[in-house]
Structure formats: C-alpha cells, structure tokens
Design a protein around this ligand. Structure first.
Ligand SMILES: [Zn+2]
Length: 116
C-alpha cells in the first residue's frame, strides 16, 4: 500500500506545476524510480487514476523509467553500478572488497510531463 502516499506526492507536485503554468490537461508524466524500490508500476498507475479523478491530471499515463542501483565501496570509495539480481557476486571492481553502502536505487522523482 505504500504506493498510495507516493502517488499522492507525485500528484501534488504535478498539480502545483500545472497551476503555475496554466495547464489544462496533463497527458503523461515521466517518473524515474530506482531499481531497488519496490513501487510497482501497475499500482502507481491504478492509484494515480483513482486520486487524479476530476483534476487536470485525470487519465494521464505514467511512464516509468528504472534507474540503476549504484553503491560506494567502503574501502576505496569507488562508486559503481550493481546487478541487484546477484547480490552475492557483488564486489568492488577497483579493490574487490565486498563492503559498500547504497548511493542510489531507492529514490523516485518526476522527470517531465506532457501537457496542454
Ligand atoms: Zn573498492
């Protein structure tokens, strides 16, 4: 159910932007979501359809891009992209250590929107 508050905050940003720019209708919204995020595209769209009813964003299509997971090596500070499907195989390409912290992969943000 955590898609709901996220969808609400996306809609708020979009509506504020629409108001400032005197937009009459929003056709689509492009979102970028980290690959580690468990937000489901389908649920985001469903909730969005539901809460945007009657607003200028009603019927807008969410276009979702997934961004790679990036970590930073605890030993040498190198940052690199990782394949989250094989977490046990992840080691730093520079020093081959296996300790690291997450840089990005869980975030979400609005990239752009198509409006009229
Ligand atoms: Zn390293």
């Amino acid at each position: 159910m955590h898609e709901l508050p996220v969808t609400h905050s996306i809609l708020n940003v979009v509506l504020k932007h629409a108001q400032t720019n005197h937009v009459k209708k929003i056709h689509s919204i492009t979102l970028r979501i980290g690959k580690l995020s468990d937000l489901e595209d389908e649920w985001l769209q469903r909730y969005f359809d539901y809460i945007s009813k009657g607003s200028v964003a009603e019927g807008a299509k969410l276009k979702i891009e997934r961004t790679p997971v990036v970590v930073k090596c605890d030993s040498c500070g190198n940052t690199f992209e990782v394949d989250v499907k094989k977490p046990e195989e992840i080691s730093c390409p520079a020093c081959s250590e296996k300790g690291f912290s997450l840089v990005s992969g869980r975030e979400y943000h609005i990239v752009s929107m198509e409006a009229q």
